[in-house]
Every structure is written in C-alpha cells, then in structure tokens.
Design a binder for this molecule. Structure first.
Ligand SMILES: [Zn+2]
Ligand SMILES: [Zn+2]
Length: 172
C-alpha cells in the first residue's frame, strides 16, 4: 500500500488494512503468521514531514528457543513515527546520533507495508520463549522437561556443563 504524499488531505488520512507477509520477511525466520497483520494508521503531512501513528495487531506462531515447541505470539503494538524526505539525507554525509533513528520516504511516496513490517519486526523478542519458566529440552534424554516427558534427575542446569556431559558421553 503506497501512500502518495502529495495527495494526502490537509486534515490527514485514516487508513486500515490487512497485510500478508512471508516468514522470510521477518527477522524471526521461524515465525509463521496465524492471521494476516492488521494495521490502523493515521497519516498526516506537516511541511515535508510525514507523521504516522497507528496500531498493529497480528497473531504469529513462534518456535521456543529452549524447547523448540511452537507457541502463539500475539502482537498489539502502537507506534508514532516521523518520516522525512530522503533528499535531506543526501545533504548530510555524517549522521549525528540524533539522526540515526530518523526514517525517510522516497519519491514522494511512503510504503505502508514497509512501515508495518518494520514495526512488526521490532516487537519480536530476540530469544522467543514459550514461557519464561520454560526448562527446555533435557540434555540427558532429549525429551521436553515441561511435558513430564523427562524423568531424569538433573541437578546442574547450566547448559555449558550439559555440553560437556555430551562430549564425555560421545567418547566413551
Ligand atoms: Zn519452551
Ligand atoms: Zn531427561
């Protein structure tokens, strides 16, 4: 969905839409969309700056980085952004700290799809967990500890030691 900057009404424009993305588009490549991402936005032009406020809702399936089980990850994220014309960027070779966070639109158009995707990616956890208490997979039997699939008595939970144990196991 491309927004034509020059055709934005003075009072601003309210837009809403569903966006289909591929898992490939996401920073979290194991994520799968359970429903399309939905965005409601309000776009306004002030001078040359485009102000865009809105909310994104989506439902994804992530894979837990500890136990490798898929789990549902709902997204509800509000954002408030300012986009500047790209031409200004070309004038400043060195970006100051303040300018690094600034975003730009190109050729008098703003790609709403790109905005939504970027905001979506920002909401993702660096290390997805099905629960903060997830105990992951047992290093001894390979079963998921949470499901009671493992009955091993493991007193050492430091994964560095688990790796060491496996090495020792391989050699014997
Ligand atoms: Zn887990
Ligand atoms: Zn076990």
């Amino acid at each position: 969905m491309l927004i034509d900057i020059d055709r934005l009404p003075k009072e601003g424009l309210r837009l809403s839409g569903d966006f289909d993305f591929l898992s490939l588009d996401l920073v979290e490549e194991n994520a799968v969309f359970l429903e399309p991402a939905h965005a409601e936005v309000f776009v306004r032009l002030l001078g040359d700056e485009v102000f865009i406020q809105g909310e994104i809702t989506a439902k994804l399936s992530f894979v837990c980085s500890r136990c490798l089980t898929p789990f549902e990850f709902p997204v509800r994220s509000k954002f408030d952004l300012v986009y500047l014309p790209e031409e200004l960027d070309a004038l400043t070779d060195e970006l100051s700290d303040e300018e690094i966070d600034k975003m730009y639109y190109r050729d008098r158009h703003l790609d709403l799809r790109g905005v939504v995707l970027e905001q979506l990616n920002l909401t993702f956890p660096g290390k997805p967990l099905c629960s903060t208490e997830c105990e992951g997979i047992c290093a001894v039997c390979g079963e998921i500890v949470r499901d009671g699939g493992c009955s091993c008595v493991v007193s050492e939970s430091d994964s560095r030691w688990d790796k060491l144990k496996l090495l020792v196991k391989d050699k014997s």
